[in-house]
Design a protein around this ligand. Sequence first.
Ligand SMILES: Cc1cc2nc3c(=O)[nH]c(=O)nc-3n(C[C@H](O)[C@H](O)[C@H](O)COP(=O)(O)O)c2cc1C
Length: 201
Amino acid sequence: MKGIILSLARRRKSIRRYKNKAFSVEKILYAIRAAIEAPSGANQQPWRFIIVDDPQIKIRIREICEKGEKEFYAKVSGELKEWLIKRGFTWKKPFLTEAPYLIVVLTNMTKLYAVESTWLSIGYLLLALEEEGLASLTYTPPNPKDVMTLLGVPSNFELQAIIPVGLPAEDKQKESRKGLHEVVYHNVWGSKMNIASTTSP
Ligand SMILES: Cc1cc2nc3c(=O)[nH]c(=O)nc-3n(C[C@H](O)[C@H](O)[C@H](O)COP(=O)(O)O)c2cc1C
């Protein structure tokens, strides 16, 4: 079965428009089962996941995030602004109400390597969702604390991402990635590896 992880990773891309088509929460739970198998600092498992499917709560989350986004877009400048404009991104975040489920990922900041461990679990989660044919996005709102207040999250936690999950309603190319030869060195910094002769595919 070699190649499954690589093919899922290559297929997976961020989706920002979703069909409002319901599916079983079991699919979300399957992906979270994978996420909680991730390694964590001293096995402290700092992650928590809130599955949101209540339309009213999704509307409130969207309102809160779009308020933060408007402030962010009014201030943003330089390279990031160019990047956002090129992709047509605005303060509008329709995926927060369109997707049947939002997974709000939180981390307990009193735990060792809490943030690193939680993002590892997010990586597992994304690939498991992809395996199930579900699209996703790691949305990081500019005002996470306001969303935490809405959801009643204790203050020792921090919100890492809100992940809309559903069937895609947009067709887009996956963004390109650097090649192995650009990011891999051999033994010491800057020393090229002869990748073609040692790696497949
Ligand atoms: C830590 C992190 C934060 C991100 N935050 C956002 C975000 O707030 N909004 C958004 O639209 N995409 C966000 N993304 C998605 C990236 O823009 C996207 O993964 C990247 O452009 C590569 O595109 P792809 O996922 O389609 O391959 C985030 C991704 C990561 C890993």
